[in-house]
Write a protein that binds this ligand. Structure first.
Ligand code: UDP
Ligand code: MG
Length: 337
């Protein structure tokens, strides 16, 4: 009787080459879920959904093995690597058909998984979004902290409402995910979109831990691309900045023209090679920057109008657990690799 009224929770965890990490993190999540189910905090059909983002190592095999041992574990496998945001979207999209609550957490569990029961409790108190927020980033490198702060500062200046020091560790209720699924952009910047959706929200604070195994999947170039995607998908301020700068430069050029004319009429024409070269280089550079910024937006428009799928799922063992009732079929589904 109790189970029907309890919320069904799915923990979505994106995995890209997480073979070294999964054997450690899966039991931790399993333990938390088992306790929550046993304490009647969540429904018995609650799941852990690992989204394999086209890993080249044995991640998928590990997920299948986990599921074979405990049906609490399920998996979604992409046809190739689409990126963490796509993996999160796929996990949420798949999960929210069956789950009332979805928690997303990185597979390396750098974000404190012991906060999960508190997140569920907040959802039961009526909050639709529970943000996990890092109150201590001392375990991150100086470089990562500084670039992250620079990113939050830039986004703030551009008028984008982000929750500082919140990454992708959060709880969302079904209705928030339903609203999120109405955002059809091909590269959704979740940290920017979710605060824009509204709904009652709250924050829980924790200390970020260092990665226990494996390596970060965010080298510098990927991190910069992520930041650029965030800025460009949320703001046309850079285009405006170029417009303002262009206007100021044109105004200055007009004043220069008057000055040149006056000099010309006075017969004091200066044949200054260096000043001409300097302005030539400066204006050339400025124009290239301006064109490239506009090009970035045109490129994004091009990507959006194609309406290509955000990701392609190769195998889905999550939905199967809800649809298939006979043991024979369940087994067949689980053996799909
Ligand atoms: N990840 C992913 N696809 C990618 C890169 C990363 O699914 O292309 C996953 C990764 O497996 C991890 C999470 O995203 O669960 C965060 O990645 P990571 O821990 O490497 O990032 P960091 O903590 O260093 O910022
Ligand atoms: Mg990490």
């Amino acid at each position: 009787m109790i189970t029907t009224t309890l919320p069904s929770l799915t923990i979505v965890s994106p995995c890209y080459n997480e073979e070294p990490m999964l054997p450690a993190s899966a039991p931790i999540l399993q333990n938390i879920m088992t306790h929550l189910i046993r304490d009647h905090q969540i429904a018995e059909n609650s799941k852990i959904l690992f989204v394999d983002d086209g890993s080249q190592d044995n991640t998928w095999q590990l997920i299948c093995d986990l599921q074979q041992k405990d049906p609490l574990f399920t998996g979604l496998r992409f046809s190739r690597n689409y990126g963490q945001e796509a993996a999160l979207m796929a996990g949420m999209q798949t999960a929210h058909r069956h789950a009332d609550l979805v928690i997303t957490i990185d597979a390396d569990l750098q974000d404190d998984p012991t906060l999960i029961p508190a997140m569920v409790a907040q959802a039961q108190r009526g909050f639709d979004i529970v943000y996990g927020v890092r109150n201590d980033r001392s375990t991150d490198s100086w470089f990562k902290r500084t670039t992250a702060n620079g990113f939050y500062w830039t986004m703030g200046k551009l008028g984008v409402n982000l929750v500082p020091n919140h990454s992708d560790f959060r709880l969302l209720t079904k209705r928030v995910i339903t609203a999120l699924m109405q955002c059809h952009e091909s590269k959704p910047f979740l940290r920017g979109i979710i605060p824009q959706l509204g709904f009652p929200s709250t924050r829980l604070y924790y200390k970020r831990q260092p990665r226990q195994a494996g390596v970060s999947k965010y080298p510098l170039n990927k991190m910069l691309r992520f930041a650029l995607d965030g800025i460009l998908s949320f703001s046309i301020a850079p285009i405006r900045a170029v417009l303002y700068a262009g206007t100021v430069i044109c105004g200055t050029a007009l004043l220069m023209l008057i000055w040149i004319l006056v000099q010309h009429l006075r017969g004091a024409v200066i044949t200054g090679w260096s000043s001409i070269m300097a302005s030539l280089w400066f204006l050339g550079g400025f124009q290239l920057i301006a064109i490239s910024i506009i090009g970035e937006y045109v490129g994004r428009t091009f990507t959006e109008v194609k309406h290509r799928p955000r990701y392609i799922v190769q195998t889905d063992t999550y939905s199967a657990t809800f649809h298939v009732s006979t043991p024979a079929l369940t087994l067949a589904h689980r053996s799909v690799k």
